[in-house]
Design a protein around this ligand. Structure first.
Ligand code: FES
Length: 120
């Protein structure tokens, strides 16, 4: 396989064989795509701040800890980040609205991860 192809918020992406398998999906989203709504804290699967939704081939959409996933393992995935479900300009998703309306966050840093864990 020459490249790993996937979609993020409906947009096609690919990484080539020069990409290290040490590059996490989290880093790819935040650094290469500048999608910094996906947060991080522990980088070891414990906090959930980095959760995104992903539909993998032959499977239903599910929540994925992006810090634990190598971007080189995302072939044919359809990834959705917090930016992809709603925002200030295009309108918020009902989960985002409900969290805000019911004061469902503390500092708010990991709220995107909570929203994406509930999203499906
Ligand atoms: Fe904590 Fe990914 S950064 S679970």
């Amino acid at each position: 396989m020459d490249s790993v192809s996937f979609k993020i918020n409906g947009k096609s992406h690919s990484v080539g064989c020069e990409t290290s398998s040490d590059l996490s999906l989290l880093e790819y989203l935040r650094v290469r795509c500048e999608l910094r709504g996906t947060k991080y804290m522990c980088r070891e699967g414990g906090c959930g701040a980095c959760v995104v939704a992903a539909a993998t081939p032959g499977a239903k959409i599910g929540a994925v800890n992006s810090c634990l996933v190598s971007v080189t393992s995302c072939h044919d995935w359809e990834i959705t980040t917090i930016e992809g479900i709603g925002n200030r300009l295009q309108g918020y998703h009902p989960i985002q609205k409900t969290l805000g309306k019911l004061h469902g966050s503390q500092c708010g840093y990991c709220s995107p991860g909570w929203v994406m864990a509930m999203y499906r």
